[in-house]
Design a protein around this ligand. Sequence first.
Ligand SMILES: CC(C)(COP(=O)(O)OP(=O)(O)OC[C@H]1O[C@@H](n2cnc3c(N)ncnc32)[C@H](O)[C@@H]1OP(=O)(O)O)[C@@H](O)C(=O)NCCC(=O)NCCS
Length: 161
Amino acid sequence: MSITLDHITDNFCTTVIRLVFESMLDTNINSGSTHGLTLEEVEQILNRYKSVHRVLLDGEVIGVFNPGTVHPDLKKGWELDKHKTYGRIGFVYIDKKYRGNGYGAEVIKQHSSQFDDYAECCAEDNVSSNKMLEKHLTFKKRIYIPIRRAYYNIYSKEIGA
Ligand SMILES: CC(C)(COP(=O)(O)OP(=O)(O)OC[C@H]1O[C@@H](n2cnc3c(N)ncnc32)[C@H](O)[C@@H]1OP(=O)(O)O)[C@@H](O)C(=O)NCCC(=O)NCCS
């Protein structure tokens, strides 16, 4: 498998725009607030924020993701060390026709390897995402998020894993 990850700030191609558009309609990623946006509006948003991370398979864009860090306010509930900075991916979206080939798990593996400390949060009912995270991270705990009215699973990277 030869995927690479990169970060671009302009020249967003139609595939990137389509994948970001689809991710905004995906209920595993967004809770409805972005429904109704057009492709043109998504392109405008990308041009405004000037940032998207791509998943490339032999040079072809097959996914997009949005990395960040775990917000300090979340660390206590996730049972993380308040003194450490934890990498995470806010969302990852793999093109439907490329799913089930291990690419999502490879994104987590490559991205998390850049951090000493790393954690993710995933809705309990998102079967494919939980399976993806389990491949390279360790299940830590299950939490209830009242604002989402749902249970989520917390994963973290074990040192040396
Ligand atoms: C979650 C997502 C990124 C996974 O991408 P992917 O490339 O299909 O994932 P992988 O192929 O690496 O799959 C990882 C594991 O999950 C399993 N899996 C994938 N989709 C599955 C499904 N629908 N049902 C059951 N298992 C599934 C795979 O078989 C694999 O396990 P295995 O190696 O033991 O066989 C992709 O499904 C997606 O874009 N979903 C919509 C957005 C989303 O939910 N993002 C995550 C939350 S932000």
